[in-house]
Design a protein around this ligand. Structure first.
Ligand SMILES: Nc1ncnc2c1ncn2[C@@H]1O[C@H](COP(=O)(O)OP(=O)(O)O)[C@@H](O)[C@H]1O
Ligand SMILES: CC(=O)N[C@@H](CCC(=O)OP(=O)(O)O)C(=O)O
Length: 301
């Protein structure tokens, strides 16, 4: 591929045009909170992570208050495999025993959290890495799921172990951080009411944070372009009612079900709009927020 080399004046003109188009969008998000869920699949390689970090810093410098909630499912899986610990999922959630919850906390609140903090800092920002336990931000209760055997139709309650669902969110720590040129980066590990540790699905965690903060937008970065129809075409906009209908008719399935359910939860808690988009597209966050066409699927009330 040949790269067009622009003269300094042409380059400056191009930059001015891009800025003129982006400015009205930037003003719309000025001083608002945008929660970005950065999924483990969306993290991809280091280049992509650096693009992501630059976008977050740019938003912060433009007067937006970004809050990053990250996942790390594939990275937890890789570490468990390395350690010879078997892992399985039920109803889209990792069945988490005592040994597994220790690894989950180590990978999420340790290596991945600090990696993202490092990338944001390298890009010129000041990130603060926390998990739900810090300042008792997110307290969780034990999650349970009932699965129906497709043959016999018998219902069975599955014990997911140390998997939690957010019970309370205390935004006190985040309130101190936001609006001070700092970017909170949150790992979805929560405190149990009895002082233990719970593994929380990162989508669920992000929805709870966005709802509690009254965020203007929740962006869910995944590895597909957004919600796809039966012909695998992107659906650019959906209402809550339309999203329910797509779940009911099976168009939305698998991991997309809890993701869309989280989006609906956040909208019902007051978040203005939720977008599911492909985090593997470079600068996905900026394309979504700062262009007319946006990216991914926007779900609104
Ligand atoms: N209608 C749909 N549109 C897009 N993806 C769908 C749809 N139905 C099911 N999926 C599946 O949902 C997956 C996204 O969920 P998941 O793997 O849990 O994401 P993440 O790991 O980013 O949280 C997609 O990769 C796709 O296989
Ligand atoms: C309970 C549960 O399943 N927790 C997830 C937490 C990480 C996560 O959700 O990461 P992604 O967003 O990358 O999928 C897990 O253990 O994999």
């Amino acid at each position: 591929m040949t790269e067009t080399v622009l003269s300094p004046i042409a380059e400056a003109q191009l930059q001015a045009e891009v800025l003129a188009k982006a400015l009205p969008h930037m003003q719309r998000y000025d001083d608002t909170i945008i929660v970005v869920k950065y999924g483990g699949h969306a993290m991809g390689d280091e280049d992509l992570a650096r693009h992501f970090a630059r976008d977050i810093v740019l938003l912060e410098q433009a007067g937006v208050n970004p809050v990053v909630v990250h996942g790390g499912g594939p990275q937890i899986g890789a570490m468990l495999e390395k350690l010879g610990i078997k892992s399985e999922f039920a109803a889209g959630l990792r069945v988490t025993d005592k040994a597994t919850v220790e690894i989950v906390e180590m990978v999420l609140a340790g290596s991945i959290n600090k990696q993202i903090v490092g990338f944001i800092n390298e890009a010129g920002g000041k990130a603060i890495g926390l998990c739900g336990k810090d300042g008792n931000m997110v307290r969780a209760r034990k999650a349970t799921r009932t699965l129906v055997d497709p043959g016999s139709k018998i219902e069975q309650v599955v014990d997911l172990g140390f998997v939690g669902e957010p019970d309370t969110v205390d935004t006190m720590v985040l309130d101190q951080i936001l609006g001070r040129d700092l970017v909170p980066v949150l790992a979805p590990v929560a405190a149990a009411v009895d002082g233990g540790t719970y593994n929380v699905n990162a989508d669920t965690f992000a929805g709870a944070i966005a709802g509690a903060l009254g965020a203007k937008r929740l962006l869910m970065l995944t590895d597909v372009p957004g919600v796809l129809d039966k012909n695998k075409q992107l659906i650019p906009r959906l209402t809550i009612a339309e999203a329910h209908a797509l779940i009911a008719d099976g168009t939305i399935s698998g991991g997309m079900i809890p993701k869309v359910e989280t989006c609906i939860y956040a909208l019902e808690k007051g978040v203005e709009g939720v977008v599911i988009l492909d985090g593997k597209v470079p600068h996905a966050v900026l394309v979504e927020l700062l262009t007319d066409h946006g990216a991914g699927t926007l779900i609104t009330r």
